[in-house]
Design a protein around this ligand. Structure first.
Ligand SMILES: CC(C)(COP(=O)(O)OP(=O)(O)OC[C@H]1O[C@@H](n2cnc3c(N)ncnc32)[C@H](O)[C@@H]1OP(=O)(O)O)[C@@H](O)C(=O)NCCC(=O)NCCS
Length: 148
């Protein structure tokens, strides 16, 4: 893992975040839902006024980001992406720790997220970090972690 900088996203980051999401997720979405990934849906998840998005920079470029949103007193993870070529180097783990810090700071004791049924690496990644599968809705599982 390189030295990383964490900062809130700004509007000019959007093309990079959309491209990263597309590179990581388009094939999963096409295979599961049979539709092309739409930028509008990613934008809604990462750039709404109620959403907080943080990017990770390393080697002078954005190599990952996450988006979270308060929901009924819990924190919901709308997006978590690490750029191809930088996955498996600890950035996702570091972002999950950041998310827990944010949750505690705002008094949330539960963190939730959706993961696609076929996205087994991500599911395992979350499971190893204390998230449990709660229910299935369509092509997603709801996963939850209770903070202690
Ligand atoms: C899932 C993801 C966020 C994990 O972040 P990461 O930086 O690759 O993960 P880390 O290096 O911190 O941790 C490595 C762990 O993730 C697992 N992993 C998940 N996807 C991986 C990938 N594509 N490459 C390498 N390791 C991956 C490893 O098996 C390892 O497992 P363990 O430590 O739980 O045993 C990242 O791989 C990613 O962006 N994947 C594509 C997008 C995606 O699926 N996002 C989640 C949508 S719900």
């Amino acid at each position: 893992m390189f030295d990383a900088i964490y900062r809130e996203m700004v509007r000019r980051d959007l093309p990079t975040l959309l491209a990263m999401s597309r590179e990581n997720m388009a094939s999963i979405i096409l295979a599961l839902w049979g539709v092309e990934m739409r930028d509008e849906e990613v934008l809604h998840a990462i750039f709404d006024p109620t959403v907080y998005t943080e990017v990770v920079e390393a080697e002078g470029q954005i190599i990952g980001f996450f988006s979270v949103e308060a929901q009924d007193g819990n924190l919901f993870i709308n997006a978590l992406q690490v750029k191809k070529g930088y996955q498996g180097q600890g950035y996702g783990t570091a972002m999950m720790a950041r998310i827990e810090t944010l949750a505690r700071a705002q008094g949330a004791s539960v963190i939730e997220l959706w993961v696609q049924l076929t996205n087994r690496p991500a599911m395992e990644f979350y499971r190893h970090r204390g998230y449990r599968t709660i229910s299935r809705q369509g092509n997603n599982y709801l996963m939850r972690k209770k903070l202690t």
